[in-house]
Design a protein around this ligand. Sequence first.
Ligand code: RTP
Length: 148
Amino acid sequence: MEQTFIMIKPDGVQRGLVGEIIGRFEKKGFSLKGLKFLNVDQAFAEKHYADLSSKPFFNGLVEYIISGPVVAMVWEGKNVVTTGRKIIGATNPADSAPGTIRGDFAIDIGRNVIHGSDAVESARKEIGLWFPEGVANWSSSLQPWIYE
Ligand code: RTP
């Protein structure tokens, strides 16, 4: 089954959105496989966002991610990478549809509350970076009520 990496960024934590965000993924029917609450340092944040290192906003992005604790998660389910991005909404909250997390809870692109992997391959890399010890091994007994 497909997995994705989801991170509630420091602004999402500070604003008390952790329960709301986890609830949206749970209620959709996805399964939580990994969860940790932690601060990351500059080297780790730079590794996570290595693909963006040439962007003008890179330093500000790294400062933002290390400014407070984040919630790192692995969610599993059919098409969870693409559907997870739809639940999150467009990168710039000005373009995120109401009903998405960013559409409902964010205004500025540099304070957009949450990260989600953009492809199956980047999810695999990000899960390896954030959860080198692996994730929980379980499957929900509700699966027959979620999948045909
Ligand atoms: P994320 O990785 O956080 O899920 O975001 P994304 O794929 O939707 O967007 P990406 O282009 O990978 O950018 C990563 C994060 O960088 C910040 N950003 N700031 N100031 C700017 O123009 C700008 N552009 C991007 C956002 O926090 C974005 O989520």
